[in-house]
Design a protein around this ligand. Sequence first.
Ligand code: SF4
Length: 120
Amino acid sequence: MKYPLSLSRRDLLGRLAAGLSLASLAAADRRAHAAAESASRRAQGATAADIPLLDPNSPPAKAVGYVEDAHAAGAVAQGNTCASCALYQGSYGSTQGECQLFKDRTVKAAGWCKSWAPQM
Ligand code: SF4
């Protein structure tokens, strides 16, 4: 059986590479936007302590399985906490800080969610 639309391997790989590039650019744009918002709030004198903590029972938190204590998450490897996540915006040694996933909310440094990503 012949399919009317067939992509060559080269076309397929090219489209895949283009898609991955766009996804990377979008992720970088989101990070830059979150960092700019965070800098803006700090310029206005706000600290992470001024921003309310994320409610673990809120729909956005539940969507990514956020918990305030990483040890409460059964699948979490030792040391994978918000404090060691690439999306965490809190300063070194902070107990809570902003996360690029959640606008206008902070997360516990000891927390964790399914979107945890290693720092580069
Ligand atoms: S993305 Fe990272 S910093 Fe944000 S809640 Fe998940 S583990 Fe914590």
